[in-house]
Design a binder for this molecule. Sequence first.
Ligand SMILES: [Zn+2]
Length: 697
Amino acid sequence: MPNLLNGQPYNPQEVENRIYQIWEKSGYFNPDKLPQRHKKSFTIIMPPPNANGSLHIGHAVFVALQDIIIRYQRMKGKKTLWLPGADHAGFETQVVFDKKLEKEGRSRFQIPRAELYKEMLEFTLANKKIMEGQLKKLGASCDWSREKFTLDGNIVKIVYRTFEKLKKDELLYKGKRIVNWCPKHQTSLSELEIKYIEKTDPLYYIKYGPLELATVRPETKFGDTAVAVNPKDKRYQQYVGQEIEIETVLGQAKIKVIADEHVDMNFGTGAIKVTPAHDPDDFEIWQRHKNEIPEPKQVIDKYGKMNALAGPYQGLKVKEAREKIVQDMIQKKLLDPAKTDPNYKHNVATCYKCGTTIEPMILDHQWFIKMTMRPKNGRLSLRDLAVKAVKSGKVKFATKRFEKIFFHWMKNLKDWNISRQIPWGIKIPDSGTEDVFDTWFSSAQWPFASLMANKKNDFKKFYPTDVMETGWDILFFWVARMIIMGLYATAQPPFRYVYLHGLVRDKERQKMSKSRGNVIDPLGIIDIYGADALRMALVVGNAPGNDPIIYEEKIRGYRNFANKIWQASRFVLMNTEDFKLKTKPKLNQRDKKRLRELNRFKKEITKLMETFKFHKASEKLYHYFWHVFADKIIEENKPRLRHENKKEKIAAQYLLLETLKITLKMLHPFMPFVTEAVWQNIKNRDSKLLIVEKWPE
Ligand SMILES: [Zn+2]
């Protein structure tokens, strides 16, 4: 261990790796190896980072926050388990890997499935290894002996078990369903994976025999199976239930007019074409009128091109087909260009990864989970299980705002499509399809699956877990679904407390992105300023739920603080070398006042830690150490250390050493490396390692 007394400034590069090794060797990351006094369990399941790249600054935020919570609880005497993991990350990794292949001039659609899977597994495992090293650099005191990967055999087994349970409870259905299809990525996506973008397109008025109707997508007309009007719409009552003769670009045809309450009388002419194969709303209309109208007709293929049913337009991309059909319809006087609204604004569904317009289409063998239906022999739907748990306070949100958003989302919950047409992931146990599970289906089970798949009694000992800390951007993708699946599979909530952090931003509150050039690489920063400085910069002033602000000067400031801790500690240790613990000091009034202040401060910090206000606790500790301890207490005691009266000297030594030890303990969760390094230089230390010291109360 670097000798504090040699006079050098604090050098994190020299200290951090060595300290981490000491902790790892001690075994204290493992709850089973903690000293006797650690009895009651305290668990955090780490959100497993996607093993498809390096850790970014967002990961550093969760590592800092969760490590603070775990270190604090460990010092409080809890049997702490922080379970690390890595996520295969299904579609997310597929997208990253597709890009990599593209750069190499390859495409996943030309590589045999088994070969591709093998290559992706190697890629993921290599990234996983790198990430582990990075988590260690950040100071994560997680139990590596329990690390799990989402594709581990015993995890997959549990995921299959839940799938079977859902089947048994009749909460699963497989069917021919309309899905959100990304023509670029060649897979269906869930409601959460599509992004709505406002677009301006022409709204055309087309003739349908005696009727006229408005549409932005005339190219889908080959797939029309009905015309729908609102039953209350007097204009069309005479046609309801009738078949009308229509002239189309492909010749004469007949089509039925139906009445459906969901038709908006104020849109266009009040009459709409029904294309169940290519529009989710129309699919619903078909579901309601199955007996009246024919089966859906698919006219667009998986690549976003017109198929044989489009006759001469076959092979054209949707947009090209649209333009050509509009021209042909104008020629045949089936479309009045004078009526076209060129600036019609509407929301278009796009793929959240590539921005390609989603082509709704019907796929076979799609597995859906019923989110709002009661299970066979059960009382509550999956949704209601989760709503009840949050309403009753079994699961609490640190920020109330997110609780409201949660309830709102749950209200509008739809069935969950868990089938993905990509090779990367856990294969759905269904011989009729090659599909894999939506990665969030397995992630939703992570808290209980990662514990069950570990040592025999882990689930019993550590579940329900205590805190789920993650980014608010995955509140629905992950947090809500974990609550749902945890309650469903184990009859207990997966965690008691939800702490959500925001998106890291720069000084100007800008989102960090490569194109803006404002990205902060956490590992590069650690190499320059040390992990403690980065952790402090990510925590101080960053209230839960808000977006953390970070910039290099801020990090440099905390590097200076780490050095201040080092230097002030050196002064105290150099001047207390001859101090004997057994000597009872005779304290004066000012000493007593200082100790009373310290006592109040301890209580204040503990309260902030208990209520998850780490942004305030860290700030107060910074000020106390620098401006009270170093600037005042050390300064006012300097003359006493040289005093002829030995009693004065001993009192000052006692006060300084006591204050130093207590502040180091309280700073430890935030700045674990420098505090432990100082601790190792204290001769009269209570425990050998600060990591298992008792939290001062
Ligand atoms: Zn896409």
